[in-house]
Design a protein around this ligand. Sequence first.
Ligand code: ZN
Length: 140
Amino acid sequence: MSGPNDDLLLAYLDTLFTKRIHSTFADDYKFTAANIWLLDFVNRTENMSSIKEELLDAGLDITFTCPSCGDVIEAEVQDTCFDWTNDSLSDGISSVITDIGCPHCDREYGVEVVAKPGEKDVNVLRHPHTEVKFRDNTFD
Ligand SMILES: [Zn+2]
């Protein structure tokens, strides 16, 4: 920095900086900041668990093309989670089947959600070539 206003500028910055340091380290400020942080942390923790519960309650949104009439079926099926508490990985695999009817042709399909270690599979039973679109929430 150079120029005729250096001194003024430095004085200004100095005031600003000193003020900030002073208020930052004031006991009141520290106390309030700690409180805010704690409240925020507690709120976020509570939100996280309720979001997780909502996700499991809400099930899994899926989309697939009806193998019978070709219409797009949007549905919500029961969701499941891989059980990491099991000793054997293959024993932890969990699956759940929900019956979904096509709103267009009324055909019924069994939609199976399989929770494997690290990913989920969604299959339309007896229609192995039907691709099911869904958002894998394994790591949510
Ligand atoms: Zn259909």
